[in-house]
Ligand binder design. Structure first.
Ligand code: PEP
Ligand code: MN
Length: 346
């Protein structure tokens, strides 16, 4: 059950709802909603007398296991990262190298991606490598370099956090915490980032269903952190011709099921530099709120994920054409809505 309250609802209403749920042995969680009130997700049904409390706006029977993330009570959320809004009317480009390689290197990359249209800098300091022998990132030193790159360029920074115990430290440097594909179902980590006030980029596990992914988002929301952006980064298919298969169905599907913004990662989603450009545009055509792309001033020398890394010039083309694709889609959607209006009033 989902209950929403109005902006002027007495504080006691939400507390009474939570108490009533607890008395019945039900789990309940609350978050602020977009109209100044609250949304309360209850894992079960509350009695009628409680639902008549002052300030209760809507009572919805939800058949979805993710109540706070559900589109049933809210159709769209905007997540602010530094000064950048994700989920608004304009798609946002996040870009940078797979891994932070050094101070000068990340500053150079940050300047280059900014000039190409990126609004958020990406770069891993703690890397979840498949091989224990592969470069694992610079750790806290990498975080310090990212902070310098932010200072130089003004770009907010997104970087991965691998372990619950690292969350405090990474949150001190980063504007947005990335949960990687391999950690999507790391529930202690999700709980921990749910307790921070930092926005979270939640990548889809490469073998996770859309529902499992939304349940992971629900962990973060249930912890009290409403600022979650989903990232479709490809799932494991049967064809070794590509590293992963970018599941673009997931983009409009997630838009139907959830109010959370979603971005697309065409770099990990393909594993091949030659496919990144078109799949980036396809992601925006599918309705994504942005892209996260691996970019390096000299991709051939990138220390991690070189085969899928593109140049700043390539990113500039994605930016130009991506904005045009987005504008065309926005126009087409407006046409569809007008058509619906006509049909409804006919
Ligand atoms: C990354 O963004 O560099 C990364 C490791 O991504 P994923 O978790 O999607 O594999
Ligand atoms: Mn990578």
């Amino acid at each position: 059950m989902i209950v929403t309250t109005t902006a002027d609802a007495p504080h006691s209403t939400v507390l009474t709802l939570l108490d009533a749920a607890s008395d019945l042995g039900l789990s309940a969680r609350t978050l602020p909603n977009d109209r100044g009130g609250s949304v309360v997700g209850v894992d079960g049904s509350l009695p009628h007398d409680v639902l008549g409390l002052p300030g209760i706006d809507r009572v919805l029977t939800s058949h979805r296991p993710y109540m706070l993330a559900s589109s049933e009570h809210r159709t769209r959320s905007i997540v602010r990262v530094g000064h950048v809004d994700i989920g608004g009317d304009r798609p946002v480009l996040m870009a940078g190298p797979c891994v932070v390689e050094g101070r000068d290197e990340i500053i150079e990359a940050a300047r280059a991606v900014k000039a190409a249209g990126a609004e958020i800098l990406r770069g891993g300091a703690f890397k979840p490598r498949t091989s224990p022998y592969a470069f694992q990132g610079l750790g806290e030193e990498g975080l310090r370099h990212l902070a310098v790159a932010r200072e130089v360029t003004g770009l907010p920074v997104v970087t991965e956090v691998l372990e619950p115990d690292q969350v405090g430290m990474v949150a001190e440097y980063a504007d947005m915490l990335q949960i990687g594909s391999r950690n999507m179902a790391n529930f202690p980590l999700l709980r921990r980032v749910g307790q921070t006030n930092r926005p979270v980029l939640l990548k889809r596990g490469f073998s996770a269903t859309v529902e499992e992914w939304l349940m992971s988002a629900e962990y973060i929301l249930a912890g009290g952190n409403a600022q979650v952006v989903l990232c479709e980064r490809g799932i494991r298919g049967f064809d070794p011709a590509v590293r992963f298969s970018l599941d673009l169905n997931a983009v409009p599907l997630v838009k139907e099921l959830s109010h959370l913004p979603i971005v697309v990662d065409p770099s990990h989603g393909t594993g091949r530099r030659s496919l990144v450009h078109r799949m980036a545009l396809a992601g925006l055509a599918a309705g994504a709120d942005g892209l996260i792309v691996e970019v390096h001033p000299n991709p051939a020398t990138a220390r991690c994920d070189a085969a899928q890394t593109i140049t700043p010039a390539d990113l500039g083309r994605i930016h130009r054409q991506g904005m045009a694709v987005h504008a065309a889609i926005a126009e087409a959607s407006a046409d569809i809505f007008e058509l619906d209006d006509v049909l409804l009033t006919a």
